[in-house]
Design a protein around this ligand. Structure first.
Ligand SMILES: [Zn+2]
Length: 359
């Protein structure tokens, strides 16, 4: 259609798209988003459509278009922008077509995202970034469209939504913080809801350990198994016992950005309690047990504890910590078989009770 004309590359590309796809102003403009600065994609799309309409009208007036049928399709695919030229030449019968890419929801989605993000940020202010989740179907449609049409100046729908919503929120006094966000506000296009995903959120778990020899941190595992290798998230340990000691009283463990309700792994049994604020975190880390009760199973030819079987005996021993326990046992001059932690005393018990709202 533009043969022998001085039409621009952008106009040619845009026309070729509009011959095949209905596109709203934003989605057409987004195909050329990386050209020109300081404009909205909807402005880009609208002005491309207007310049095409002027050119189409000129050609009709100069009788350069023998076939007007192709023009009808292009005008339908332009949406509202094509309607008046259509009715001028063809009368009634303009077809409204939904945008091939966004199904005409983009403007509404941005408005909705702004409103929902705003209400979240007003009730719980945080340093945030924005995220967008498309359905797999929509994502695939968009990728095929951009790649299949070789659109090298294309910007993704997600990027446009993030950018424009972020700009709007900044104008309202809530500027996104790309460098150090506490959370991500993720808009889901399917459910039209905003999910808050906290970054570096500290979550308190209580664990017991019925295995021996599997440490929490891979620092101590000499290349073998460890809990943090298994979980793959950052674990903060307020206090623990050597890996050969079974832990029968629930001990606290803080895991960043981990949200499983329950986890049974390698003899560890983890139960999620709650996420931790800064002061709760500090309280937990600062308050270690003052004393611990261990059950020690040992062998001795002399009777020193409670006999289990032929010289094998057990005994409850109280100590400040495992090192002190070892000193005490050394004095007893027995052969240790195993050690379990049974119970602890100290302020941490009250903190734990407060956080779990039990006991
Ligand atoms: Zn669209």
């Amino acid at each position: 259609m533009w043969k022998n004309s001085s039409a621009s590359w952008v106009a040619e590309q845009a026309l070729s798209l509009l011959e095949r796809y209905p596109l709203c102003d934003s989605c057409l403009g987004r195909c050329f988003a990386k050209l020109g600065y300081g404009h909205l994609n909807s402005e880009r799309g609208r002005s491309i459509k207007l310049s095409l309409i002027l050119e189409i009208d000129r050609k009709i007036k100069e009788h350069q278009l023998p076939d007007l049928e192709g023009i009808r399709e292009v005008l339908f695919n332009m949406g509202g922008a094509g309607e008046s030229l259509f009715s001028h030449y063809f009368g009634k019968g303009f077809q409204r077509r939904a945008c091939y890419l966004c199904n005409d929801v983009l403007a509404q989605v941005k408005e909705d995202f702004v409103a929902k993000a705003l209400s979240i940020l007003r009730t719980s202010p945080m340093r945030y970034v924005l995220g967008v989740r498309l359905s797999p179907r929509m994502q695939e449609l968009e990728t095929n469209f951009a790649v299949g049409n070789g659109l090298m100046y294309y910007e993704s729908m997600k990027a446009e939504i993030r950018r424009e919503v972020g700009k709007k929120l900044s104008q309202l006094g809530f500027e996104p913080d790309m460098d150090n966000p506490e959370g991500e506000l993720v808009y889901d296009l399917d459910t039209r809801s905003v999910e808050v995903i906290r970054k570096n959120q500290k979550v308190l778990y209580l664990y017991t350990r019925l295995s021996r020899g599997v440490p929490i941190s891979s620092w101590y595992s000499r290349g073998g198994d460890s809990l943090d290798r298994e979980i793959g998230n950052k674990i903060i340990i307020p206090f623990t016992e050597p890996s050969d000691v079974r832990i029968l009283e629930p001990y606290p463990l803080i895991i960043e950005d981990y949200h499983e309700e329950r986890k049974e792994v390698m003899g560890y049994s983890l139960v999620k309690v709650s996420s931790l604020g800064k002061s709760e975190f500090n309280l937990l880390v600062e308050n270690k047990p003052l004393s611990r009760t261990y059950r020690v199973i040992f062998y001795s030819t002399e009777k020193k504890g409670h006999e289990i079987y032929d010289g094998i005996q057990d005994m409850l021993v109280e100590a400040r910590n495992f090192d002190e326990l070892m000193e005490k046992i050394k004095e007893m001059n027995v052969e240790i078989i195993s050690v379990d932690l049974i119970r602890t005393e100290g302020k941490h018990r009250r903190i734990r009770a407060l956080l779990t709202k039990t006991e």
